[in-house]
Write a protein that binds this ligand. Structure first.
Ligand code: HAM
Length: 427
């Protein structure tokens, strides 16, 4: 029988990767907390309607990429492809609505999209994101960008550029859409099939087309910035002023449109030089005033971003390796097994991380495994040690060895560890 392997487009987070992912997401949640954002979690699956209405039924995410299934009572459920609609739903149906706005929320967790798997593109991936809900002020747009920016700085991630745009609102976007359609209309038949479809379904999406054959027409296409109404223009100026105040550099990109339909006004993405183009952003976000109403709740303007954690982990400088056990406790003979287990438990309660090795293999084999474990020291318990109520404690990097009582082990191991840390111990 062939072995069963993981589903295409998914990854096992083995301990080193899990540790790296957790470090990166905790750094993000930490930065968000320093801006007053509090973490929440929403269900992994939601009513499919939430995404059809919220994200938009003309988007690639809803049309092609959702993991949708009927549960046993026939309800249509979808594994969340993104978390903004779920967070707004949670906000709308909870006591969060009673808090004074903006309500600042953060999250980290898995998302699911039936995308074509590739470098940095998975079917199950993880996002860290924030949403600031209930406040239309443009300075808040800059604040959520600052959370993301500070996080990437803290991780030491270089080679990034912030792409910024305003795609207008219900007042000015229709005129822009018309202008786009007019620009492309005489050449419709010459456009690649995919772009013709974009124009039919959601004309703004043509702006981030990568199709050969559309480039020239795109270069001369009308720009979002030329069609903004006065309130959108003023809001966009305030976002930029606030970004200057945060000392965050940005590039105005009038072709930046996002793949989800709920955005109004500010949209942004952070690109990395090693990722190609807008499809491969490190993170993206924007303002979504009006989404709450689409979901059937009272108005709750908001702004947020989400970052792909796999991409950030891939591009950030590596962090420290996961912690190793501090001590290995070995039994040298079967008679010492119970004492070794007991000693390990006591030392764990003292605060050490202890790997207990009471298997049947030889002491030599156990010592070799202890060396490979990366522990600072090994404590050996044999017949003699049990009789004399002591342990043989050996520092692995130097071979230094001493007979100690159990109560002395914690202090000795910590002392050796500190020597190692500050480079004073013998190599
Ligand atoms: P999004 O641009 O669809 O926005 O996704 C945000 C980030 O998630 C992307 O920039 C990318 O890093 C990562 N990502 C998306 N799809 C994949 C994939 N298949 N594999 C790996 N990583 C992926 C949103 O999801 C919005 N909810 C962001 C937002 C929050 N807007 C306002 N608030």
């Amino acid at each position: 029988m062939p072995p069963i392997s993981r589903p295409r487009g998914t990854e096992d987070l083995l301990p080193d990767q899990f540790f790296a992912m957790r470090r990166v997401s905790e750094a993000g949640l930490g930065v968000a907390a320093s801006f007053g954002y509090q973490q929440l979690d929403t269900p992994i699956f939601e009513a499919s309607e939430l995404f059809v209405r919220g994200v938009g039924d003309s988007t690639d995410v809803v049309r092609r990429e959702m993991y949708t299934f009927a549960d046993r009572s026939g309800r249509s459920l979808t594994l969340r492809p993104e978390n903004t609609a779920p967070v707004l739903r949670a906000f709308g149906e909870s006591s969060l609505r009673q808090l004074s706005p903006p309500v600042r929320l953060s999250y980290a967790g898995p998302m699911f999209r039936y995308d074509r798997p590739g470098k940095g593109r998975y079917r199950q991936f993880h996002q860290f994101g924030v949403e600031a809900i209930g406040d239309p002020e443009p300075e808040l747009d800059a604040e959520v960008i600052a959370v993301a920016w500070d996080w990437l700085q803290e991780l030491g991630l270089g080679g990034i550029s912030l792409q910024l745009n305003s795609i207008g609102d219900a007042a000015c976007r229709p005129a822009y859409r018309e202008a786009l359609l007019e620009h492309f209309a005489p050449h419709l038949a010459t456009l690649p099939e995919l772009d013709q479809e974009r124009l039919r379904r959601n004309p703004l999406r043509i702006l981030d087309s990568k199709e050969e054959g559309s480039e020239q027409l795109l270069a001369s296409a009308p720009r979002t910035s030329d069609y903004l109404c006065q309130p959108c223009r003023e809001a966009f100026e305030r976002v930029q002023l606030a970004l200057h105040a945060y000392a965050i550099p940005f590039e105005l990109n009038p072709r930046l449109v996002r793949g989800l339909d709920y955005y109004v006004r500010t949209t942004f993405e952070v690109w990395h030089e090693d990722l190609m183009g807008a499809q491969n952003a490190l993170f993206g976000g924007g303002r979504y005033d009006g989404l709450s109403e689409l979901l059937g709740y009272p108005p709750a303007p908001g702004v947020g971003f989400a970052a792909g954690l796999e991409r950030v982990v891939m591009l950030a400088p590596p962090g420290p390796p996961p912690a190793r056990p501090q001590l290995v406790v070995c039994s040298a003979q079967p008679v010492a097994v119970a004492s070794a287990i007991d000693a390990s438990q006591r030392l764990r309660r003292d605060g050490l991380s202890v790997l207990c090795d009471v298997g049947g293999r030889s002491l030599k084999g156990k010592m070799r495994a202890a060396e490979r474990s990366g522990a600072e020291a090994v404590a050996i318990l044999g017949e003699e040690e049990v009789r004399e109520r002591r342990l043989t404690l050996r520092r692995l990097r130097s071979g230094e060895q001493m007979a100690v009582r159990l109560e002395q082990v914690y202090v000795q191991v910590r002392e050796w560890e500190q020597d190692t840390q500050f480079g004073e111990g013998p190599a």
